[in-house]
Design a protein around this ligand. Sequence first.
Ligand code: AGP
Length: 601
Amino acid sequence: MCGITGYIGTDPTGRIVHEGLQNLEYRGYDSAGIALAGGGSLSVHKTGGEVGDLPVPSREDGTRGIGHTRWSTHGEPTRENAHPHTDCTGDVAVVHNGIIENYAALADELRADHVFHSDTDTEVVPHLIETHLADGVSLLTAVQRTTERLTGSYALAITAAGHDGIVVARSDSPLLLGHGDTGTFVASDATAFIEHTNRVTYLRNGDIAHLTETEWTVYNDGARVSRDIEALDWSADAAGKSGYDHYMLKEIHEQPRALRQAISGRISDLGTDVTLDMELSTETLQNVAELQIVACGTSYHAGLYAKELLETHADLPVTVHVASEYELRGGRSPKDTLVVAITQSGETADTLAALRSAAQKGAPTLALTNTLGSTVTREADDALFIRAGPEIGVAATKTFVSQVATAALLTMHIGRARNAISTSDAAALRDAIRDLPGAVQQVLDQAPEIASIAREYADSDAFFYVGRRAGRPVALESALKLKEISYDHAEGFSAGELKHGPLALVTDNTPVVAVLTEYAAPERTANNVKEVQSRGADVIGLASDAGTARHADVTITLPACGPLEPVVANVALQLFAYHIANEKGRPIDKPRNLAKSVTVE
Ligand code: AGP
């Protein structure tokens, strides 16, 4: 996903903006650029390559600067299409996240008097600003008038020679300010400047802010508005690699701590009460007739796991929808359908679109997310945070297990509200939640053995993952993990489905990973294991029960963890995927073609 960073203040602007771009590289990009303004001049540097190819502008180049990493949507990933884009005078520089949907019509209108140099939608913005500046108005007014012409989504940062400050604008694409001791930052996410400050202001839709060296002012619909300063609860170290080779490996090993954060203060060791900072009333939860989950990718797999928990313990029909395919259906009144958006970033366009469509029909909505201040938290009726801390690796790891743990807490909460969960089941689920961090740590302690198994199978032709019940989402998620970082072919299936077609693909060089844990119908899955073994494939089994594991050719032994035991298997398979990708020398934190948060539909 594209990244924006900017700074105005007394520190070396060029260095700060360049570092900000480096901090945003994890989001995935294919070109980059920087613009600095000051002393009546504007300097722009762009590359069709990496941030490291950009020079670090000196302080003399300017005291205010903006930068951008581009994940191309309109136009090839070339230097010409990289941001910042400028107007005809070369005095106005613009960086943009999002999509200007009416750019073609605007470009047709502008082309009579303006020369375009790129294939991007963004380039209409500096030329529109140029036309308004020609009327003698301020940069702030020129930007206000420009945004009135735009339809679509945008986070914009603009600076211009001969005009004081940086002007920023937000509509449906995240943008926040950072308040440092030496100046003000702007970015699409706090990772860009967290080493300088954790004091942030989340801009809202329609906000236009003017940043100068001494102050920051926010306007909305032409009027000055006030916006809070919040303190983020994570540090630069939390966003750093802490000595690991990759962010992904660090985040895999952070999972016990992330899980303890997800659980902290929400359950007690004795009773089965759950304390969730949620506003949805008990009455709403009692009257809900159906729960519909909308999500993408890994979060979709967490939704499938949540379905298993909720339908088992909360007496609630649950459907799980790939967000891009979602439409609120069903004969019930939308107000009786609780729609839950699972999205760690809180910015996934497909998930936001699905949530908005449900809300517009009157359904109550809940966000289950990792990101404070994200768009989904502002648009859903209520938000439940997974508290995993920043996840930098494009491949989701700790956010998956924290999503499932939080869904287990939500299951207890809803099950109690509906008097649907027995005291014994609630206690078993509570114990599993409480024990999960320790169980995950036990698997992480097996990392060397798991790495050895990964290396043994790294050159396989393909990988198949099978599971039943709560093992199925783990099979799907583990296949996604491997394919997105190793580029190997991997597929997850319901264990019973192999014989209905995919078995034709099984050979002696396509290992089959079987989730043989509790809550995954292990004995029935073991029967499917024999089907593949008889075709010569090796089976890598994950189980806590030695008896069940006897069916596998290779076994990864897990600690028991009740209804969350499949989650523990998932952690082992994260390590399996990581070490196969690492064996192949893949750019694990920044896989090709992928972005950490996909804010375009
Ligand atoms: C998973 O490893 C990927 N990063 C991707 O599938 C991701 O889960 C998906 O894009 C959803 O992201 P979200 O949770 O931020 O909405």
